[in-house]
Design a protein around this ligand. Structure first.
Ligand code: CAA
Length: 374
């Protein structure tokens, strides 16, 4: 009997691909449509634009194209992919996993474990962790995994969440750590809550806005406390080049960082400096994509990894309503410096059309922004 455990390969992110939908809207235009002061969305929530899917485009298109881009940049052979795991809360079927739709498009078949992971916005991170742990356990026998985090975030018209909508997908090939390594030890925290949920058959989520904010902050505080333990918070935070967060809307992240500052006993200036240096720059792409649920944290991480020298560290906080969360530590590899995946965002932003209020209203009234339908 061969001992597969003897040959556990180095593991991490070997390749990245991203995809944003072909339409967008500025939050000022939504504010005008809804008769709201634009400053509420721009300053109150710190949102700028959000991605919108046209009628003939959905989460399968997002996930498949991100995956195709990640595979095209990988120096491995697609025949060596032994796992396809997709985190999403935009399921297109209650039984058939999104991974089957994507595998069909990309012609991935054979000795592959293929499945969908659901845990609200945390699902993509769970899929990623499973792929890492599958490789590190030796069970993968050296095969690579394709992991995708993909979602279309849509709220009911006039819902307070409407300006925080968005969509996007991030795909990873988990193989050699050419772009980044992920520390095996991570810091999870969960506590059951009904902060944000979408009952089976419902088109839009039911949101307890205040509770969702409280749960998110509690999760972040607990995960960072677990990471810091008895160490000096300043030394631990300083060891990271960037702190990336799940970004339901950018103000949520600012509020969370301010809360962390209170917990650490830091004054306003120190917390503001930390936010300005290590957090705000990671949300540039999120401010253009809007919330992409499972993909949101990973859009931020992909932005933060750009140009990093080998060995530089990032902290990544994942949150999913319900709720579950996990704090990961990511270490840049040699291909982070050239950041080939940034081209995906440049291309998608340059090619996307902009909806005005009338066009958006027509799309919504036609019901074509539904998260479902394959
Ligand atoms: N000018 C400037 N600011 C203004 C303003 C104006 N004219 N009018 C209001 N504001 C500010 C408010 O003061 C407030 O800021 P602070 O929180 O700093 O005080 C901010 O705008 C928001 O206003 P409201 O408190 O009135 O809140 P709202 O009714 O607009 O709802 C929300 C906000 C609850 C976040 C809503 O957008 C929502 O339900 N979003 C979806 C849920 C969500 O994203 N939750 C986050 C945690 S859950 C999660 O992370 C999972 C996920 O991805 C969804």
């Amino acid at each position: 009997m061969s001992n597969h455990l003897a040959a556990i390969p180095e593991t991490g992110i070997a390749s990245l691909g991203l995809h944003l939908p072909p339409l967008s809207m500025r939050v000022e235009d939504l504010a005008t449509l809804r008769g709201v002061d634009p400053q509420k969305y721009l300053v109150g929530l710190e949102c700028e634009e959000f991605g919108v899917c046209p009628p003939d485009f959905n989460v399968v298109d997002l996930a498949s194209e991100a995956a195709r881009r990640a595979i095209s940049r990988w120096d491995g052979d697609p025949a060596d992919i032994g796992m396809v795991a997709i985190g999403t809360e935009t399921a297109v079927d209650m039984s058939r996993p999104l991974s089957a739709f994507v595998a069909e498009r990309l012609n991935l078949r054979g000795n592959i474990r293929s499945y969908e992971v659901k845990h609200a916005c945390y699902g993509g991170t769970v899929a990623l962790r499973q792929a890492l742990e599958w490789r590190l356990s030796g069970a993968a026998q050296g095969k690579a995994a394709l992991v995708v985090a993909a979602d279309v975030a849509t709220y009911a018209q006039e819902d307070p969440g409407e300006p925080t909508q968005g969509a996007g997908a991030v795909a990873f090939i988990i193989d050699k750590p050419d772009i980044a390594r992920i520390e095996t030890v991570s810091y999870p925290y969960s506590s059951p809550a009904f902060d944000f949920y979408r009952p089976v058959g419902d088109e839009y989520p039911i949101v307890d806005g205040k509770l969702s904010l409280d749960c998110y902050k509690q999760a972040a505080e607990s995960c960072f406390k677990a990471l810091i333990g008895k160490e000096d918070p300043g030394a631990i935070i300083d060891s990271f080049e960037a702190l990336c967060f799940h970004v339901p809307f950018p103000k949520m992240v600012r509020k969370t960082v301010m809360r962390m500052g209170e917990v650490f006993g830091w004054g306003a200036e120190r917390v503001n400096d930390m936010f300005h240096d290590k957090v705000e720059p990671t949300m540039l792409w999120n401010k253009l994509s809007g919330n992409a649920y499972t993909a949101s944290l990973w859009i931020s991480v992909a932005g933060a990894l750009q140009g990093l020298r080998t060995g530089k560290r990032i902290a990544a906080f994942s949150y999913g309503s319900g709720f579950g969360s996990e704090l990961l530590q990511i270490i840049a590899g040699p291909l982070a410096a050239e950041a080939a995946w940034a081209e995906d965002i440049r291309k998608d932003l340059a090619g996307r059309g902009r909806l005005d209020g009338d066009a958006y209203r027509i799309l919504r009234d036609l019901g074509t922004l539904k998260a479902v339908s394959a």
